[in-house]
Structure formats: structure tokens, C-alpha cells
Design a protein. Structure first.
Length: 364
């Protein structure tokens, strides 16, 4: 009973320190902003599209509303641009941002570390090594919407995390500290391997480097379906462990006392998160910072309760990634800036300001 009271007390204290707005109001605001940014994103580009026309084209694809939308006055070219170019890219960016942010929020709760991000166990380094190897020695063939590079990145990321988990578990039990240290060591080794391959293959240097910065310029509906399936399945698994992630905030011993299966929870969250991040990296390349700052910001705004934190992190991550991708393809047009550069340039200053305000607020 004392442990239960302690857990409840910690939850109330944490919530009172960070929660600023009610969940319903905040989630509604995020949803409105999401659809607004989505609409703006499909309108801007080399060929500008009127917002009202874009909205009619989008609603025409909604079951039951096709006959109510008059799209005859909109040029056929604009329709093809919207459906075949911009909308797949926007959807892929949103799914990728949601997946990275959702995994980041789950990993921060699992490892009880606000600096944990989706790549902390080496999935990005493994994916980058797989993609680099495919670029140097593979072909550009496509399978199921993914190129050989994307497939190699997907399995490279999976293999790396499972190797890290196996090494950390040698000796019987998997401890959080050993898992994080092993992930850091393996990531450093794989990054060194990538650097070695890049120096030995100067002709492919730019191509490999640009892939590691992330981009959605090769978006397609096949990739949207591929990532959407992983987000739906893996996201459901992560959300199912919301209670266990809440209990872990009180400490591993207290969580076990309260009924959480530490071994099963850690394995399930890591496996689901790894598959989701590997799928994201395979379709976009390595995009950092999103899975770190978005969950942390949502925790400051909505509190640490994961049943509210996870959906808010996913929605805000989708919004943030769509916004950054829109900047990436428009600010420096006709050239395109890697979206990973934009996420860091936009997110880092905001993150620093938010942390500073939070610190001042707690002192007050």
C-alpha cells in the first residue's frame, strides 16, 4: 500500500508541475493545427494550388462525399499533382513523424531518460550501414514499394537492435544501463564502418551523405501503405503498455511490486519500437531530433501519463514533420534541403526556449 501511495503521489506531483492545459482541449488544438498544416502543405510548391480547390479535391476522395464536391473547374494537371505527388509525400511525412515521436515517447518512459530517442539502441546506425552497403554493392530495383536500399536499411536496423539486445542480455538479465551502453558502443562502431565505406567510395559519397540526412522526395502510395501498417500495429502494441510505462516512472522495483512484468514490457516495447523506427528509416532515411523533442515537449504540456502522452506525441510528431518537410521543399526552391537539417534547425531553438521557460516556471 505504501508503494501504491508513493506511485500516485509521484504522478500527481509530476502532473502538477508540467500540465498546462486539459487533454481534450490540447488534443483538439493539435488536430486543428494538423489539418491546417496538411492543407497548406499540399497547396504550396512549384505549382501553387488554391486552398479551396485543394480542399474540394481532398473531400472528393472521401467515401460518400465525391458526388457533393464540384471539381470540374479544377484543372486535371492540378489533380494529378495533388494525388500523385504532394499528398503521398505529405502522408508519408506525417506517418514518419508520428512513428518516430511515438517511439521516442515510449522509449523515454521505458528507460526513464528524457534524452532517450528512437535511435538510442542503434537502429539508425544499422539502417544507415545497410543502406550504404546497398548503394555501393546493390541495385536500384524496387520490391513492394521499397528500393533495395530501403529494404537493406529496414533489415539492417532490425538486426542491429536485436544484436544489441542479445549482447546486453549475456549473463542472464537485460539491465537498462547495459542496454544503453551497448547501443551506444555498437552505434559508434557502425558509424565508423559507414565512414570507412564512404572514404573508400568517393563517387557515392554525396548520395550516401544525403540519404543519412533524410528526405521524402521519393514518396509513393506504396511506401505510405507500408509505413501505415507498421504504425498501426506497432503503435497499438506501444499504447497497450501505457500502464506499465506509467509504473516504470516510480522505479523498476516499484513497478514490479505493482504488478508490471519488467522483462516482458521491455522486450515488447523495444521490439515494437524497433520495427516502427526501422520502417520509418527505410522510407525516409535517418531523420533525427523529432523523436527527442516532440515527446519531451508533449510531456511538458500534457504531463507524464502515457495514455494521453502517446497519442499527443504521435499527432504532434506528424504535424511537426509535415511542417518541416514543407519548409525543406519550399524555402530553398528550386533546390531541396534535407528534412533532417530542417527538423534540427527548427526544433532545437524551440526546445531550448521551452526548457528554459519550464525551468523558470518550476522555480516560481
Amino acid at each position: 500500500m505504501a508503494v501504491i501511495k508513493r506511485a500516485k503521489g509521484m504522478g500527481k506531483q509530476s502532473g502538477s508541475l508540467v500540465q498546462r492545459i486539459p487533454f481534450g482541449v490540447g488534443f483538439t488544438v493539435l488536430a486543428v493545427l494538423f489539418f491546417a498544416v496538411l492543407l497548406i502543405s499540399v497547396c504550396v510548391g512549384s505549382a501553387s494550388l488554391n486552398a479551396a480547390d485543394a480542399l474540394r479535391l481532398l473531400l472528393a476522395k472521401v467515401p460518400g462525399m465525391g458526388g457533393l464536391m464540384d471539381t470540374e473547374g479544377i484543372g486535371e494537371v492540378y489533380g494529378r499533382i495533388l494525388y500523385k505527388v504532394r499528398l503521398p509525400r505529405v502522408c508519408l511525412a506525417g506517418l514518419c513523424g508520428a512513428g518516430l515521436s511515438l517511439t521516442g515517447a515510449a522509449f523515454q518512459g521505458l528507460f526513464r531518460n528524457p534524452l532517450a530517442d528512437p535511435h538510442i539502441l542503434g537502429v539508425s546506425s544499422g539502417a544507415a550501414l545497410g543502406a550504404t552497403t546497398a548503394m555501393l554493392f546493390g541495385s536500384g530495383a524496387w520490391f513492394g514499394g521499397l528500393s533495395i536500399t530501403g529494404i537493406a536499411a529496414f533489415f539492417g536496423g532490425l538486426a542491429t537492435v536485436f544484436f544489441v539486445y542479445h549482447i546486453a542480455g549475456m549473463g542472464g538479465t537485460v539491465q537498462t544501463l547495459h542496454l544503453l551502453l551497448t547501443g551506444t558502443a555498437v552505434s559508434s562502431f557502425l558509424s565508423a564502418m559507414i565512414s570507412f565505406l564512404m572514404t573508400r567510395n568517393q563517387d557515392e559519397l554525396k548520395r550516401i551523405y544525403m540519404w543519412t540526412l533524410g528526405s521524402f522526395d521519393a514518396a509513393s502510395w506504396e511506401k505510405v501503405r507500408f509505413l501505415g501498417i507498421f504504425l498501426l500495429l506497432c503503435g497499438a502494441v506501444l499504447f497497450a503498455f501505457s500502464r506499465e510505462l506509467n509504473l516504470l516512472a516510480t522505479g523498476e522495483d516499484a513497478a514490479v511490486t505493482l504488478g508490471a512484468s519488467l522483462v516482458f514490457t521491455r522486450a515488447a516495447v523495444i521490439v515494437a519500437g524497433t520495427f516502427l523506427v526501422a520502417a520509418c528509416v527505410s522510407v525516409s532515411g535517418v531523420i533525427g531530433f523529432v523523436g527527442l523533442i516532440v515527446p519531451h515537449c508533449m510531456r511538458l504540456v500534457f504531463g507524464p501519463e502515457h495514455k494521453r502522452l502517446l497519442p499527443c506525441a504521435a499527432l504532434c510528431g506528424a504535424l511537426f514533420m509535415i511542417f518541416c518537410d514543407m519548409l525543406a521543399r519550399t524555402v530553398t526552391a528550386p533546390t531541396e534541403t534535407p528534412v533532417g537539417v530542417v527538423t534540427a534547425m527548427v526544433g532545437a531553438p524551440y526546445f531550448i526556449i521551452l526548457l528554459a521557460r519550464s525551468k523558470r516556471g518550476r522555480r516560481g
